[in-house]
Ligand binder design. Structure first.
Ligand code: IYR
Length: 227
């Protein structure tokens, strides 16, 4: 007995074939829905009910991932004092970043986004979601296992989460203070876990703007080749 779990095939649940026209229409509609998502940096402090965030995280947790070990953890911060600590720690890193650590080329790339070291949104938004990747984690029956394809799995789950939040009518920002190791301590996670993204979630502030640069999307022939 080596603890290996057997392969048990079950009939594919939920799949239904769609007529071609419905496939086209659904693909178009989904593109239109995602095209209408815009990253926001000015957040209202208006509260968002926790159950909506919980459901979006459940959607993220359906993402395909390595060996179905689901190597992610979502630390959800609504507490004002913890948000303040995160803002203070993030702004220390961001000040060093914008004062030169980033280097000239990186700062030039960011210029059209209008970002700077001030991260008021980390206190103003109702929810921060820090997504950690777990190098090792426990199975449902408590066995500690090595995880696989952790960055890929976490990134896919983040994509699902972003789409779910958008569908729920929320706006968000993928914030990446650099380095972001301080989040392990603040969120009480194992030092081996890796924080990937700090998502800022809520409603936009009144009269929000976005950088014109963000509206430039590459056309299909620049992002795809068919072979
Ligand atoms: N982490 C910094 C810098 C930053 C880097 C990239 I690449 C962006 O697309 C946006 C910002 C910040 O959050 O300001």
């Amino acid at each position: 007995m080596n603890g290996t779990k057997a392969y048990i095939p079950v009939p594919l649940p939920d799949y239904r074939e769609l007529p071609l026209e419905t496939m086209r229409e659904n693909a178009r509609a989904f593109h239109a829905e995602l095209r209408a998502r815009h990253t926001v940096r000015d957040f209202s402090s208006r509260p968002v009910p926790r159950d909506i965030i919980e459901t979006c995280i459940l959607a993220a947790g359906t993402a395909p991932n390595g060996a179905n070990h689901q190597p992610w953890h979502f630390a959800v911060i609504g507490d004002a004092a913890i948000k303040k600590r995160i803002r203070e720690a993030a702004e220390i890193e961001e000040r060093a970043f914008y004062a030169g650590r980033a280097g000239e080329e990186w700062l030039a790339a960011l210029a059209p986004l209008g970002t700077d070291e001030n991260k008021a949104f980390l206190e103003e938004a109702p929810w921060l979601i820090c997504i950690f990747g777990e190098r090792r984690s426990r199975s449902a029956d408590g066995v500690l296992r090595k995880n696989y394809y952790v960055p890929e799995s976490v990134s896919i789950a983040c994509g699902f989460l972003i789409a779910a939040l958008h569908r729920a009518g929320l706006v968000m920002l993928t914030h990446t203070p650099n380095p972001m190791g301080f989040l392990n301590e603040i969120c009480g996670r194992d030092p081996h876990d890796k924080p990937y993204i700090l998502m800022v979630v809520g409603y936009p502030k009144d009269g929000p703007t976005i950088p014109a640069h963000a509206l430039e999307k590459k056309p299909l022939d620049q992002i795809a080749t068919f072979l």
